[in-house]
Write a protein that binds this ligand. Structure first.
Ligand SMILES: NC(=O)c1ccc[n+]([C@@H]2O[C@H](COP(=O)([O-])OP(=O)(O)OC[C@H]3O[C@@H](n4cnc5c(N)ncnc54)[C@H](OP(=O)(O)O)[C@@H]3O)[C@@H](O)[C@H]2O)c1
Length: 334
């Protein structure tokens, strides 16, 4: 089959090429072979491309990038339930291998495509929504009526988290983003307040004012270093902070553990790709129960920033690296 490879195993965006000599993935017992129509880009793909992915990749990840896709079921392994059949339109999560014409994944990580979603939209759903499900519900344990602060609100994960917080009954949703357009996008998805950090906005001050100095119950942080001290100021007593990424850096200057003790803050971190298939299957089931009905009725949406032919995957990576995207960048397999 054809798949995206990286010249000499690592390099910049222009080192990627469509390799016509990649072995087909092998169908195993409880897995499903899918003909890929589209795949979504994620920042971990860039790290994998540069050979600096921070966690050991599981053997099932393989060398090919890409953790989310949409496509058509070609064949089901013998041990599969009868949930999927050849010809079904599906989308799903993978440990790797989505930048390709074909992929084999566990049936636990696959979902049927609802008629109102295109292959393009669906390819951008699994990674950000599954991550947001962890951050808001499974790890963050948001309760109806609680307040939440979501950083990088216009990122794929941020947009999903805002919508899940709304579905989960958050009373006030605060976000941060790097432009007025991105702030407006966050509000259109359900955020009550959006701070443009690039024009001098101070989210901690806003949280203080709008919560009568109480702080927020849950912080979903993707930014790390630059926001850490302000996050400590914004946290309520007995609040929770879920660290999903550290886009501005991971080392905190002048961090005093007493900041956590003073407010009994629960600091937690979560990653998705390092989880086993049973866990990912549970997240998939929460997605089907809590999110899928609202994707079908239009109450929840996925923002597609830009679509590229996979032949232009280098341009797609460059756009992601430039931070200008607001939503998912998708490649069509042609
Ligand atoms: N833990 C997990 O399991 C997991 C899963 C998926 C993704 N992630 C991570 O989560 C992060 C977001 O992923 P995504 O796919 O949602 O990203 P995305 O859609 O590409 O959006 C990222 C956005 O973050 C903002 N940003 C970048 N650097 C920043 C900085 N220094 N300070 C503040 N904001 C910054 C930029 O928007 P602005 O214009 O607003 O600055 C950028 O557009 C990535 O680091 C990704 O690797 C983690």
């Amino acid at each position: 089959m054809r798949a995206v490879s990286v010249r000499n195993g690592k390099g910049g965006a222009d080192a990627m090429f469509i390799d016509a000599n990649v072995p087909d993935p092998v169908l195993a017992n409880e897995s499903i072979l899918v003909q890929i129509e589209a795949f979504g880009l994620n920042r971990m793909d860039i790290m994998q491309r540069e050979d600096r992915y921070p966690y050991p990749l599981l053997p099932e990840s393989g060398k090919i990038m890409g953790v989310e896709f949409s496509g058509i079921v070609e064949k089901c392994g013998e041990g599969c339930t009868n949930r999927f059949s050849p010809g079904d339109k599906v989308f799903g999560l993978a440990y790797g291998g989505a930048y390709a014409e074909k992929i084999v994944v566990s049936e636990k990580m696959l979902m049927l495509l609802p008629p109102n979603l295109s292959f393009i939209e669906a390819a951008g759903i699994p990674e950000t929504f599954f991550t947001a499900i962890q951050a808001i519900f499974l790890v963050g344990n948001l309760q109806p009526g609680q307040t939440v602060l979501i950083h990088a609100g216009a990122s794929g994960v941020g947009q999903s988290a805002i919508q899940l917080a709304r579905l989960g009954g958050a009373s006030k949703i605060f976000t941060t983003a790097g432009s007025d357009e991105k702030c407006n996008l966050c509000k259109s998805l359900g955020a009550h307040f959006a701070t443009n950090y690039k024009s001098g906005g101070d989210f901690a001050q806003l949280v203080e004012k709008e919560t009568n100095s109480r702080g927020v119950d849950l912080i979903v942080d993707l930014v790390g270093r630059n926001y850490f001290h302000q996050n400590m100021k914004s946290a309520a007593m007995d609040s929770r902070m879920v660290l999903v990424a550290a886009l501005s850096g991971s080392k905190i200057d002048d961090f005093d553990l007493r900041a956590l003790l003073n407010k009994r803050i629960w600091l937690m971190a979560t990653t998705l790709r390092t989880r086993d298939a049973a866990y990912q299957g549970q997240v998939r089931d929460v997605f089907l129960e809590k999110v899928m009905p609202h994707l079908k009725d239009g109450e929840v949406r996925v923002t597609v920033d830009q679509v590229y032919s996979w032949k232009d995957v280098a341009d797609a990576h460059k756009r992601l690296e430039s931070n200008v995207n607001a939503g998912k960048i998708i490649c069509r397999v042609e």
